[in-house]
Write a protein that binds this ligand. Sequence first.
Ligand code: GDP
Length: 432
Amino acid sequence: LPILAVVGRPNVGKSTLVNRIIGRREAVVQDVPGVTRDRVFYDADWNGRSFQLVDTGGWDPDAKGLGGSIAAQAEIAVGLADAVLFVVDATVGITDSDEAVVRILRRSDKPVLLAANKVDDLRQEGEAASLWQLGLGEPYPVSGLHGRGSGDLLDAILAALPETPEIDDVEPSGLRRIALVGRPNVGKSSLLNKLAGSDRVVVDSVAGTTVDPVDEVVTLGGQDWLLIDTAGIRKRVKEASGFEYYASLRTSGAIDRAEVCVLVLDGGQKVSEQDIRILQQTREAGRALVVAINKWDLVDEDRRSFLERELEQELVQVQWAPRINITARTGWHVDRLVPALEKALEGWETRIGTGALNTFLGRLVAEHPHPVRGGKQPRIVYATQPSTAPPTFVLFTSGKLDAAYERYIERRLREEFGFVGTPIVLQQRVRE
Ligand code: GDP
């Protein structure tokens, strides 16, 4: 979500205005180690769009001591925000410290909205007009107390914040999209036949083309699903010349269009480079993933636990993906795929609220702080999950976190919140 930092001198009525903007909902006050008390994060929305609001302490750029640390925090907040709401008390007018704040805001290059607060009635609007002198453009006269003008201000805030892509980008069919992927002969078409059974509907490809129908709708676990590009899996296509190359092209296309992939492996064979390549493609595309180990009937009973352990290692980079042993030919355990797919999609679309996330991270850092590197200890200042599908976290830090520490965070996130069957993306925004 886009971030709006709210800054202003002490006593300009900032908190009242913030409460007005967020409608006094979800006032999550961070009070955990590593997350400063001087900044408070809220989720806000207006006209169907959401953003995050960072309420900074009273900002006096010249202050020393506690005031100075608040100023430093406000600068950090401005640095990580997409836009800034600068609140001025219209009844007081411009002060020296307002001007100092403006200079810092200019340097930040962020879009700045100027709110002239405490304009409780029409008479006072003239006072707001004097704020043009700050050179920040039109002042928005508002009354945090009475709500006057806050709608116009919110409209302007949204216009200044970047658009976030719609989270829900399902194709028009509205069905969940699955792709069965894997190298030739692992049993994809056998699995397709078992999954689809006789209950299959072929979805015609683009009108005018005479090639195979591309997708099929199948009912699994009482729900309709769109199986992506099943044409590439069918026998007739497999016999065409140049099939291997064609198959790999189709695999990439199918992964891109799918929400969740079933990677089919042949339990009777070693995990191959090609298997790993396909697995990586699903990761790079950020898809939810379930791994089906097919031809389980061919694995000797006394080799099974050994094979399980071996797979554990081979598939270590997707150890979060549910693994299911199946025999597509007979249909054994094929029914276990559907709950795993549902679970994977659930994790893929999970969003952790900012309050819960920061509380959790505060605890995690307290239990196991980042090691000191070259005399410095990178700190996580704040974290947010701007998007799902796959879950993507942005960590604002005071220094680059080690890869090992990132893995620790990912592991703990999974322990705490589940995220079965989905990759997790961690992004760092370092602010020295
Ligand atoms: P695809 O290329 O991945 O679509 O693989 P197919 O579904 O065409 O299967 C390749 C071969 O493996 C065929 O001869 C299948 O009969 C066989 N096969 C598929 N699934 C199983 C299974 O679970 N057990 C055994 N023993 N053979 C299977």
